[in-house]
Design a protein around this ligand. Structure first.
Ligand code: AMP
Ligand code: ZN
Length: 437
């Protein structure tokens, strides 16, 4: 195979050199962190008052983990290390309970992030001859702008089509000869089925490859998309706390995702004991950003479950590979690529006075897409045979939920006392999507 590297010197750097580079960047990052209110106090509490106290990469372990809860507590500026006038952009995580977790960038941060995404895209064989249709949400979510910048950096023609509207997506693919797509795996499957419905012949399109991420999917799903669309599909992993896309990506060997260790330090821990797992064992990924000045984040518990592949990759890159993410160590749901915590849904429905105490969140596959249904009981004083007020209530619940979680759920109202009550710990979520990972 003819491998191409965006930055060969870094991508194939011998590990001792790579680790020396990590140490140097870690010290700089600790310097940035000490300028934030949060880490000044957190690092101070373990006696770290200067970057010089970090002498080896192992010293990272002296630093306590950072959690999503910490990021929320620090909202809005607890993690900001630079004057506000130096900030040029913010992004936020798609899954939030009330308070968003916000990440700030200065101009150099954006340039560095762009470089990592460009490295990922170029490594799959793309170049400036490609036409890249970015079929993912633009906005606060990092996937849109992140890939957009990376695509432009390597000179591809980028079509900022955004997610949804398959008819328009096909038109763009046909008009401009799209060769590369980016979407969630479920949207790629949806696009394929709509394409068949619309009678569009695969041969009339110039598609060659796609990047799929933002939600877990299996090797079988990858193969299915590849076979249906006759393209190569590459797994793309990232999270807003670590800039967004460009954290880990598959190379042309499609056997694990190279995590860019000159930009991120990866650890894998047992989520119960918080101790490192043995190489090759599954655990929770913990990440430290090494390439961002405005919002340093150290030892972030991603909650994503994965493992390291330790043997070298045939592509020659020295950066370790992660196994595709198989799930989470918390209760976060990923519904068509959007992160949702059950607690967010509870917060909304319990805030509506006509709603009773019991509820059930159902996530299932409808065709190739995920479908969210929220079943709630109404209060005992509501008559179930009067349809008009019930429909109005349903619509109000749906709208309020949509405003909070960015997904429009189906809402079902049930008579008071009719939803199953579990003995012991309540089962509030029924996720029937196939777990074929
Ligand atoms: P966000 O911060 O909104 O971009 O969401 C990041 C989360 O999406 C990650 O922590 C993962 O749980 C999930 N995610 C992103 N990419 C992938 C992927 N390729 N496979 C599995 N989960 C992913
Ligand atoms: Zn490789």
């Amino acid at each position: 195979m003819n491998f191409q590297y965006w930055n060969p010197q870094i991508e194939k750097m011998p590990r001792p050199e790579l680790e020396a580079l990590q140490l140097e960047k870690l010290k700089a990052e600790i310097g940035h962190a000490l300028r934030t209110p949060f880490y000044k106090s957190r690092l101070g509490s373990v006696g770290i008052k200067s970057p010089d106290e970090i002498k080896t990469l192992d010293d990272l372990k002296k630093i306590p983990f950072t959690t999503k809860h910490d990021l929320r507590e620090g909202f809005p500026y607890g993690f900001l290390s630079i004057p506000k006038e130096e900030v040029v952009r913010l992004h936020a995580s798609s899954g939030t309970t009330g308070i968003p977790t916000t990440i700030y960038f200065n101009q150099d941060d954006i340039k560095r992030w762009t470089g990592y995404v460009a490295r990922c895209i170029f490594g799959t064989g793309c170049d400036k001859h490609d036409v890249f249709q970015n079929m993912i949400t633009y906005g606060l979510f990092t996937g849109g702008l992140g890939f957009h910048q990376g695509g432009e950096e390597i000179g591809m023609l980028v079509i900022p089509s955004g997610a949804g509207n398959t008819a328009r997506q096909f038109k763009l693919m046909q008009d401009f000869g799209t060769t590369v797509l980016h979407a969630t795996p479920s949207f790629l499957l949806h696009v394929e089925s709509k394409m068949r419905e619309a009678g569009i012949k695969r041969e009339s399109l110039a598609l060659k490859r796609a990047f799929a991420g933002a939600e877990p999917y299996s090797e079988d799903t990858r193969r299915r998309i590849e076979n249906l669309l006759h393209i190569d599909v590459y797994n793309s992993y990232g999270l807003s706390e670590m800039n967004g896309p460009g954290v880990a990506f598959e190379c042309q060997c499609k056997n694990g995702l190279h995590i860019w260790e000159d930009g991120y330090i990866a650890e894998i821990i047992n989520p119960d004991t918080l101790e490192p797992v043995k190489d090759g064992e599954t655990g929770e990924l913990v990440l430290t950003v090494l390439c961002r000045e405005a919002t340093p984040i150290l030892r972030y518990r991603t909650r994503d479950l994965t493992a390291f592949y330790t043997e070298p990759c045939a592509c020659g890159r020295t950066h370790r590979r992660l196994r595709r993410i198989t799930g989470r160590s918390d209760d976060m749901l990923i519904i068509n690529g959007v992160n949702v915590f059950p607690s967010q849904i509870e917060e909304v429905i319990m805030g509506i006075k006509e709603v009773g105490n019991n509820y059930l969140i159902v996530v299932e596959k409808e065709g190739v897409l995920d479908r969210l249904t929220v079943k709630t009981e109404v209060g005992a004083d509501i008559f179930m045979d009067d349809a008009r007020p019930l429909n109005a209530l349903k619509e109000r619940i749906r709208e309020t939920l949509q405003a909070s979680i960015s997904i429009s759920p189906r809402v079902e109202l049930h008579e008071s006392g009719s939803l199953p009550v579990s003995e012991g710990k309540a089962v509030r979520v029924k996720d029937t999507r196939p777990k074929d990972v």
